[in-house]
Design a protein around this ligand. Sequence first.
Ligand SMILES: Nc1ncnc2c1ncn2[C@@H]1O[C@H](COP(=O)(O)OP(=O)(O)OP(=O)(O)O)[C@@H](O)[C@H]1O
Length: 234
Amino acid sequence: MNRDAIISCQGLQKRYSYKLALNGLTLEIPRGKIVGLLGPNGSGKTTFIKLVSGLLTPTAGQLLVGGHRPGMESKRIVSYLPERTYLNDWMRVEGILEMFSDFYPDFNEAKARDMLARLGINLKDKLKTMSKGTKEKVQLILVMSREAELYLLDEPIGGVDPAARDYILDTIISNYSENATVLISTHLISDIEKVLDEVVFIKNGQMVLQSSVDDIRASRGISVDQLFREEFRC
Ligand SMILES: Nc1ncnc2c1ncn2[C@@H]1O[C@H](COP(=O)(O)OP(=O)(O)OP(=O)(O)O)[C@@H](O)[C@H]1O
């Protein structure tokens, strides 16, 4: 197990009653990279992210996050955007900012306010009155405004319109501290691959490929999106 990697796992298994969602996953995610976690529906992406965030516990195998077994120490360095919202709908953006400031010592409120202003989001608005895409923007800004060592983004921009996606990728996701790692699970590969350094493909709870995006383009002459379509053709 490599303790220098931000995530290191060996033979990682997660079983939900009869379903083996992760089936001996072995991989290392380096520090300082933006990594795409890609795979077909049900391949185990969300399960892996939840294990890394400490929300679930492994059935078997080993997992280190920032050199620690998932727990208090690893949770401190992880900023996690879940697939489904965890915030209360009735809250106003300004209330949520306050909550994050109280809760997370590493929350950079000025950075969050700046990004919210640039996207024209009104601090007085309540989440429940916002469109799906705007809600996603708010949550992504909150998560990326923590000075974390590892950002876990599970399907971050599915509801965001294509015109806003580039802006969000360039200003929010790429605007992270230098030694931090961003792990993004997504099906919007063609939109997101331009910011990715590396990709991990998983299938049936196992890793099938880990490669730098440049290597895929140089050695195979195709995009990550094309490779995904070839690898996982139904
Ligand atoms: N709480 C649960 N109970 C039982 N089975 C579950 C549970 N959560 C996930 N699974 C199963 O585990 C497998 C992996 O699910 P997971 O959500 O990790 O996949 P995913 O790659 O994130 O999929 P998607 O791309 O559709 O979001 C699937 O077969 C799913 O049905």
